[in-house]
Design a binder for this molecule. Structure first.
Ligand SMILES: Nc1ncnc2c1ncn2[C@@H]1O[C@H](COP(=O)(O)OP(=O)(O)OP(=O)(O)O)[C@@H](O)[C@H]1O
Ligand SMILES: [Mg+2]
Length: 333
């Protein structure tokens, strides 16, 4: 700490030191123990305030490896930020001990940070709380409904106009991620939020960069955390093939099909089982989907990866296009 900073520090010490936790963010950057990746045997219980700055308020959701909390950024609050709320994703105690899990969390951070798109969740920082030795991500707090919750409210699916307002931004986000060389790996309703600020694709926890993108990131064996979601993962993933953009297209197609008619295309069965039971033959267009969208969506739902040729951008274009009949009617009106 420089001499110049000392008066500010003293000032902070004198003011409500006990409950002014922001003080610690300024005065105790913990120079003695730099933020290194957590090591085994040192992971502690989750404190109320992480890294001297983020007060945990409540659990927003828990997943395979960790949990997401709503938190208050005490530093932003101290500077008068009217909205100091953030979300914070942290590994569970069990996983925090594994260096691979921290690296996976970092990989999620690095992949998502590569994406700057209105419909992709914005991340702020990757940090490690040096006391409890846990890595965490801070990010934009979304307020709204994930699509799985929305589906509970709309068991019969949603009208085309509403569906379109979700499908287009979602496909736009996915096409953009693919164009940036980022694969999502876990397209499913609970990883898409219809937030107050629009559609947000998030949770790149199983994501991967395409060859040559972010080359410094460790190549992790994700199969150890085996996490593909069987009802939304393409058959080739469940059979051990690597993640591809086409597998993401299969997942997003299941989500869109479900939103359109309220029913998953293959009864949420693992795609390999659905394929073996030849459920593809019974597949028909959901009732709320305009006819001109069906060929592209149908192709996206193809079990055989080699025949699943439609890209996220093409699916978006198919969903965004108005049929020539609709166009003619509009011109006449
Ligand atoms: N930034 C956020 N703002 C608000 N809620 C969030 C945010 N991020 C995640 N959530 C909530 O927490 C849940 C779990 O988040 P996320 O999907 O990132 O974690 P996960 O551990 O990978 O979960 P899973 O393994 O179930 O996919 C989400 O479904 C959502 O309800
Ligand atoms: Mg998730």
């Amino acid at each position: 700490m420089t001499e110049l900073m000392r008066p500010i520090d003293d000032l902070l010490v004198n003011e409500e030191q006990d409950n002014n936790l922001t003080y610690f963010a300024f005065a105790k950057p913990n120079q003695a123990s730099p933020a290194l990746a957590p090591t085994r045997a040192s992971v502690g219980e989750l404190p109320d305030v992480l890294a001297g700055r983020y007060r945990i308020e409540r659990l927003l959701g828990a997943g395979g490896m960790g949990a997401v909390y709503r938190a208050r950024d005490l530093l932003s609050e101290q500077f008068g930020d009217p909205d100091p709320y953030i979300a914070l994703k942290i590994l569970s105690e069990e996983f925090a001990e594994s260096p691979d899990a921290s690296a996976l969390l970092y990989s999620e951070f690095a992949l998502t940070r590569r994406l700057r798109h209105d419909n992709v969740l914005r991340l702020h920082t990757f940090e490690v709380d040096t006391d409890c030795q846990r890595a965490f991500i801070t990010m934009e707090l979304m307020r709204g409904l994930t699509l799985d919750k929305l589906l509970c409210e709309r068991p019969l699916g949603m009208p085309w106009k509403e569906l379109r307002d979700i499908a287009l931004p979602l496909l736009d986000a996915l096409a953009y991620a693919h164009a940036r060389g980022v694969l999502h790996g876990d397209m499913k309703p609970s990883n898409v939020m219809l937030s107050e600020e629009g559609v947000r694709l998030f949770d790149f926890g199983l994501g991967q960069a395409e060859e040559g993108i972010l080359p410094g990131l460790p190549h992790l064996s994700r199969s150890r955390f085996n996490a593909w979601t069987p009802g939304y993962a393409a058959p080739e993933l469940l059979e051990g093939q690597p993640l591809t953009a086409s597998a993401d297209v299969y997942g997003v197609a299941c989500v869109l099909y479900e939103l359109a008619g309220g029913k998953h295309p293959f009864r949420r069965l693992p795609s390999t089982q659905a394929r073996d039971e030849r459920l593809e033959r019974e597949l028909h267009a959901p009732k709320n989907l305009p006819k001109h969208c069906w060929p592209a969506l149908r192709n996206a739902l193809t079990f055989n990866a080699a025949d699943r040729t439609v890209t996220a951008a093409q699916l978006r274009d198919a969903m965004g296009a108005t049929s020539s009949l609709l166009q003619r009617l509009r011109l006449r009106a």
